[in-house]
Write a protein that binds this ligand. Structure first.
Ligand SMILES: O=C(O)CCC(=O)C(=O)O
Ligand SMILES: [Fe+2]
Length: 314
């Protein structure tokens, strides 16, 4: 396996690291794996021009809507590996659900199997989050402002706090003809602090009085009280970026085209990203705990804790 980063170095921007597979698996070792983990954690995009995950032709045909017309295959669908369950389908679509669920389970398992061999420092330590099927053309897809994926953002899941764990996503473009096109801008390390300050919340986490109030709210299980300060800040940054039209326009950008049958992975909590166009992708999300990171001291959690001057996890 070989990795090359072809473009000139631009501080603060994400770079593309191209990994050619297959290579002799004996050539892969812990040192190289740590290097890739470091690149990921600091905001680079790891691209496999040929996906290391095989999707059987019959499954691909189903996903591309060639063999059926049910609307089940035409909406973004989430798959929860731990429950073997799909969300996003109506009762009328249950006939298709079983097949779709099986295909997503296979993609999820194949991604786990590959990444367990490739990202050795993380293997077995991550928490497996949702997988998804994205059959809707992204260009012009209607969504509320905060749900728009065509605006640059760092990922933060409003209903699934990570409590400091990193969000690592493994995508595959299953479109036979069309690239998936992304923009990225500077990484969290470069301008996360600027947005974190704008939230106006950094000081509040230091106040013993407000921390005490939060503990009481959690004890009483009040709505919203389960969200750790880290996730609160990350989510506010996510929203602030999408709301900031001047930032969206003027920030320096790189444009990436992910070709048919390629896979790429990104720590989407530190890579500011937006999808401009593309249809038909699969994706598996991994939550990597602080204890497995190779650059923990430069993680969004470490950066925010430094700024806040206090712990931000629960
Ligand atoms: O679907 C994509 O290519 C990425 C969209 C995105 O930003 C996200 O799911 O958080
Ligand atoms: Fe995103």
């Amino acid at each position: 396996m070989t990795a090359v980063a072809p473009q000139p170095d631009q501080p603060g921007l994400s770079h593309l690291v191209v990994v050619q597979l297959p290579g002799p698996s004996s050539a892969w070792n812990d040192t190289l794996a740590r290097e890739v983990c470091s690149q990921l954690e600091l905001g680079d995009i790891i691209l496999f021009p040929t996906s290391p995950v095989d999707i059987p032709p019959a499954d691909r045909d189903l996903l591309l809507g060639r063999k059926q017309t049910s609307s089940a295959y035409h909406k973004n669908i989430a798959y929860r590996p731990s429950e073997y369950r799909l969300t996003g389908l109506d009762a009328s679509e249950q006939a298709e659900a079983a097949e779709l669920r099986r295909i997503l389970r296979d993609y999820s398992q194949a991604s786990v199997e590959f990444l367990s061999r490739f990202l050795l420092p993380y293997a077995g330590k991550w928490k497996l989050d949702y997988a998804s099927f994205r059959p809707v053309e992204e260009q012009g897809r209607p969504a509320r402002l905060h749900a728009r994926n065509d605006l640059l953002h760092f990922d933060s899941f409003p209903t699934r706090p990570t409590n400091g764990a990193r969000i690592l996503r493994f995508f595959t473009n299953i479109n036979p003809a069309q690239n998936r096109v992304w923009l990225t801008s500077q990484t969290f390390e470069s301008f996360g602090p600027q947005f974190a300050r704008k939230t106006g919340r950094l000081d509040s986490f230091r106040s013993p009085f407000l921390r005490g109030l939060s503990t009481v709210a959690r004890t009483l299980r009040l709505p919203g009280s389960h969200r750790p300060p880290y996730d609160e800040l990350m989510h506010r940054c996510h929203n602030a970026m999408k709301e900031d039209a001047a930032f969206q326009q003027t920030t320096p950008k790189s444009r990436w085209e992910f070709p048919p049958n390629s896979s790429w992975m990104v720590c989407t909590d530190c890579v500011s990203h937006a999808v401009l166009s593309g249809q038909y992708a699969l994706e598996q999300t991994f939550l990597v705990p602080q204890s497995a990171l190779v650059e923990a001291q430069r993680s969004p959690l470490a950066i925010l804790e430094n700024l806040a001057g206090t712990r931000l996890t629960l």
